[in-house]
Design a protein around this ligand. Structure first.
Ligand SMILES: *Cc1c(COP(=O)(O)O)cnc(C)c1O
Ligand SMILES: [Zn+2]
Length: 413
């Protein structure tokens, strides 16, 4: 990998050669992939990029830790739309607002970016089997991207994972182990199984290449904004890999001179499970919390990438915001009604956070904000119905239709 120097431990600074099966440091610390930015600057320009026809995450190959000979993965991952949402901005009292709908990835979440990277690296490692534990989306994205590449998967999910995600896993042909316990217990079992059978490890934070895949969301946002940096980027946080990846992408672009300043991050967590935000707010080390939220993808009581996530929030002079389940469901409805964007609860938590910060007067008319929707609402229809209600249900009868319209107060001639 000609643009990659080494993997470097974020705790002790020890460096490692970037073998495809690289995991954590011997001290237990998470590794960060370090690039040769001078070399990248020389060959990679905005013009080279603009001339490229590839509309996937692989268009940023110079900034990705893969061999030049490694083929792009088969599914179209990345290049999701970035919508400017003027009406929602107006309604919230913001200067400008964009929504990045990453639920439009092939398996309908931002996790596809990490899973496509895992598949590329597993191929480089010559592995046939990949395994992970996941709250749901890492699992379904791995199963889908691996299926398309002809690889086998073993997936561990907590039994609370919503049916939509489990249906994806079964459809993609994964061997699925539904663990009767928390995400923390699910993770521990997957770890023991991976150690025992030597599968390629796609566990969050353990595999340092995954957040390099996730960082492509930042590269895209900036390219889609024509390198005009917004004041804030809001995103939901569970294990912390996503926000760490987002920050890495922004720092990469800054290091190679594509952007001239860095935005501040908004770390949005569920009030019922916010160990990382609590650490920032109290200035203390993070402590485990119960997983007490319906936003299953960010119900992470023991975050696996705490160090990198906390560093990202702090370095960016970021904001934290914790939202209740009611506020999450409200945001789901608001995005649906105002933008036509359907996010799952964890997917809309960033937007719920933006709304709350507007109400608190922290964000306002002067501010420009990108809110990333990280997962699609079809994954969890039960909570969508909870947020938005049931339809009018009647027999095929005009009288009953008129009656129902009247009852609902729908004004018709
Ligand atoms: C995984 C996930 C997140 C959070 O990512 P982390 O890396 O766990 O912080 C947010 N939203 C959705 C939809 C996810 O699947
Ligand atoms: Zn270390």
């Amino acid at each position: 990998m000609k643009n990659v120097l080494y993997g470097k431990c974020v705790k002790c600074g020890k460096t490692y050669p970037t073998t495809p099966d690289l995991t954590t440091c011997t001290c237990g610390g998470i590794l960060d992939i370090v690039y040769d930015y001078d070399a990248i600057r020389r060959e990679f320009t905005k013009e080279t990029l603009a001339a490229r026809s590839e509309r996937t995450m692989w268009r940023y190959r110079e900034l990705l830790p893969v061999e030049e000979t490694t083929a792009p993965t088969p599914l179209r991952v990345g290049w999701s739309p970035l919508y400017e949402e003027s009406r929602l901005a107006e309604q919230l009292g913001l200067g400008r607002l964009w929504v990045k709908d990453d639920g439009q990835n092939p398996t309908a979440s931002l996790k596809d970016r990490a899973s496509a990277m895992a598949v590329a690296k597993a191929r480089e490692a010559g592995a046939q089997v990949i395994a992970c534990s996941s709250t749901g989306n890492a699992a379904s994205s791995l199963a889908g991207n691996a299926a398309a590449a002809g690889l086998e998967t073993f997936i561990f999910v907590p039994s609370r994972a919503p049916k939509g995600k489990v249906a994806q896993l079964m459809t993609f042909g994964a061997t699925v182990i539904s663990v009767e316990g928390s995400y923390e217990e699910t993770f521990e079992l997957s770890k023991a199984a991976i150690d025992r059978w030597g599968w390629y490890n796609r566990n969050a934070a353990i595999n340092p290449y995954l957040s390099e895949g996730k960082k492509t969301v930042a590269l895209e946002i900036m390219e889609q904004l024509n390198w005009q940096v917004p004041d804030y980027i809001a995103i939901s946080v569970g294990d912390g890999c996503t926000i760490a990846g987002l920050w890495k992408g922004l720092k990469d672009l800054h290091a190679i001179g594509f952007i001239d300043r860095l935005p501040r991050l908004i770390s949005a967590q569920a009030a019922g499970c916010c160990p990382l935000n609590r650490a920032i707010e109290t200035g203390e080390p993070w402590h485990p919390m119960e997983e007490n939220t319906l936003a299953d993808s960010i119900a992470v009581g023991v975050p696996r990438n705490a160090d990198k996530a906390l560093m990202a929030i702090r370095e960016s002079n970021g904001l934290t915001v914790n939202v209740s389940d009611e506020e999450i469901l409200e945001a789901q409805k608001l995005l649906g009604r105002t933008c036509g964007v359907f996010g799952e609860p964890a997917g809309v938590t960033g937007t719920a956070g933006v709304k709350k910060l507007c109400q608190q007067g922290v964000l306002g008319k002067e501010d420009t904000v990108v809110s990333v929707v990280t997962g699609n609402g079809l994954k969890d229809v039960a909570n969508a119905i909870r947020a938005c209600g049931e339809p009018i249900t009647i027999p095929s009868d005009m009288g009953r239709l008129l009656e129902a319209f009247h009852q609902k107060g729908i004004p018709l001639e």
